[in-house]
Write a protein that binds this ligand. Structure first.
Ligand SMILES: Cc1cc2nc3c(=O)[nH]c(=O)nc-3n(C[C@H](O)[C@H](O)[C@H](O)COP(=O)(O)OP(=O)(O)OC[C@H]3O[C@@H](n4cnc5c(N)ncnc54)[C@H](O)[C@@H]3O)c2cc1C
Ligand code: SF4
Length: 522
């Protein structure tokens, strides 16, 4: 450590926002209006600000630069990998940009006193407009997406088209490696630049280690790190070293893993028995299918269609596109069949099967002795059932669309030849072949990118961590504003819902600070 890094620096401000993703970026924009009223607002983000020209298509380099632990965060059981962004904009810098509103059915089922579904939906509509959400035109749909739609049509299943938040999309397909074309409208493109123009200070490479909320106002300990040699991204605007930040309010928006972990290593005035509990993540498997001719998959926006069976059967199937490394990692098995499938990469149709995972008492975020997050997650029989049902549906879609063979991870052996199936449209097709009993934990590659829960909203500390406006029970001046607020899975792609909830939290912060209602920084 250099001498200057030994010095502890002291900073005073009015509001600190921890994290700059869907939640933190939204709060930052909204609270930009406080700067005009003379308040100091900071965003502390542990990831780096990566410039567009640094976003190459290199899968490994981008994973290192943009994702937490290079994209390889594993649960304690090492049977589920979690994807989360660690860069300015958080996961919105790497998300695909599919933009769905939550179902009122789900919001009602959450049963949070003071959370009106209509209010959430109205805010979602506002963010749809802000982030330029719309449908891709027919000419922009690639073969992978058309095959999905065709398969669904032949099966008589209703495929929905995803609204996406892009402006001037060039169809390079690299959404999950960042968007060097500036087309994808994440918080790094929309909300954070507005916040910065309004005077919000964004400090990157700054990890918040703990919060002490036992006094009059919260005090944070944070550490700024210098870039590692050769690392992409700008250095932090603050000098490397330790910081003590005093604020009137702190908004924790470090994501569904980061926020419960940060609060667990913090000093809070009261006990929060539900902290870290209720973690859900829509665990997902990839189903790929080989077609007789090359298909355009790596060209065009990757995600255009989905089949929503969340309410009826607890799963959703989406189109997707993964690069060779991720595809290889996601296929079950080794050796010649695995190699043959990868050699067919230009002819592969791809789908993602997501299970709706009910809250389970064993699934939660904890911290180890060093305060690092540890996610415990076990696959309940319900989740396994849903992964199998979704994989079966995906396999049938591919076969109905003309695939020669399909690789379904919840099948043993996973490779299914079309000639052995008969008519994929026949009722009950593949019921024996793709079944829950074939799910083997650790053998089947399961990943998740919709991380939710851990600081759930609710009525009291006995049933939740915050109220319906993200105020942490019993900890004055401490708020949560991200996906960790979800009391249960949202059952669709979550970012719009997160933004809507974060917007409500920002309003509460403003009100609690005694600042008159301001229109926001836009
Ligand atoms: C590959 C991928 C594709 C996705 N595609 C879609 C999609 O198409 N549609 C959709 O709706 N959703 C999608 N999602 C999910 C969506 O992006 C997330 O649900 C959403 O961004 C979560 O918002 P958040 O604010 O909770 O956390 P994040 O956006 O993850 O932001 C949390 C931020 O906090 C920072 N942080 C964490 N700990 C600390 C700390 N101690 N100090 C300082 N900073 C900290 C992190 O670095 C991160 O930047 C996708 C996610 C991924 C990973
Ligand atoms: S497909 Fe469109 S939104 Fe995705 S990275 Fe390419 S230009 Fe950006």
């Amino acid at each position: 450590m250099r001498a200057s890094e030994d010095v502890t620096r002291y900073v005073t401000c009015d509001v600190v926002i921890v994290g700059s993703g869907a939640g933190g970026g939204t709060v930052a924009e909204r609270l930009g209006a406080l700067v005009a009223a003379g308040l100091r607002v900071l965003v502390l983000e542990q990831g780096a600000r990566v410039a567009d020209h640094e976003l190459t298509s290199s899968e490994v380099d981008m994973a290192r630069a943009l994702y937490a632990q290079g994209g390889g965060v594993l649960t304690a059981e090492r049977t589920l990998s979690l994807a989360m962004g660690c860069t300015l904009g958080g996961s919105t810098a790497v998300y695909t940009g599919t933009s769905l509103r939550p179902s009122p059915r789900v919001l009602h089922a959450w049963g949070v006193p003071g959370l009106a579904p209509d209010d959430v939906l109205a805010r979602c509509a506002r963010f749809e407009a802000d982030n330029s959400v719309g449908l891709a035109p027919e000419r922009a749909l690639n073969d992978n997406n058309r095959l999905f739609r065709l398969g669904c049509e032949r099966l008589g299943w209703p495929a929905g088209q995803f609204p996406i938040n892009v402006v001037g999309c060039r169809g390079c397909g690299l959404c999950n490696l960042g968007c060097s074309n500036g087309a994808k409208q994440g918080t790094n493109r929309v909300q954070l630049p507005r916040a910065e123009r309004a005077g919000v200070e964004v400090v990157t490479r700054c990890e918040v280690e703990s919060i002490d909320a036992r006094g009059e106002a919260p005090v944070l300990r944070a550490r700024v790190r210098a870039p590692a040699p050769g690392a992409l991204g700008e250095p932090s605007p603050w000098a490397p070293g330790e910081y003590v930040v005093r604020a009137r309010a702190v908004v924790v928006a470090a994501g569904a893993v980061g926020s419960p972990a940060l609060l667990q290593r913090s000093r809070l005035p009261g006990r929060l028995p539900r902290l870290g509990h209720g973690f859900t993540c829509h665990p997902a498997v990839i189903v790929v299918a080989e077609h007789p001719r090359p298909i355009s998959n790596t060209v065009g926006h990757p995600k255009s269609f989905y089949l929503d069976r969340a309410e009826e059967e607890g799963f959703v199937v989406e189109t997707c596109m993964y690069f060779p490394f991720t595809t290889a990692r996601s296929l079950t098995g080794f050796g010649p069949p695995h190699e043959a499938l990868l050699r067919a990469y230009p002819r592969l149709q791809m789908m993602l099967v997501l299970a709706v995972d009910p809250v389970d008492r064993g699934n939660r975020v904890t911290v180890d002795r060093a305060g690092r997050p540890v996610v415990r997650y076990r696959f309940t029989p319900t989740v396994v059932e849903r992964l199998a049902a979704g994989s079966r549906a995906a396999a049938r879609i591919a076969l109905a669309a003309g695939a020669l063979r399909v690789h379904a991870p919840v099948a043993d052996p996973p490779l299914i030849e079309a000639r052995d199936v008969g008519d994929p449209c026949a009722p009950g097709a593949l019921v024996e072949r793709v079944a829950p009993r074939m799910f083997s934990e650790g053998r089947v590659a399961v990943s998740a990118a919709h991380l939710m829960g851990g600081c759930a909203m609710g009525a009291t500390a006995a049933d939740s961590v915050t109220d319906a406006r993200g105020r942490v029970h019993g900890a004055r001046g401490v708020y949560v504003a991200d996906a960790s607020l979800f009391p249960a899975a949202v059952e669709i792609n979550p970012y719009l819902t997160i933004m809507a909830l974060a917007d409500r939290v920002a309003e509460a912060v403003q009100r609690d600070l005694g600042v008159p209602a301001l229109a926001g920084a836009r």
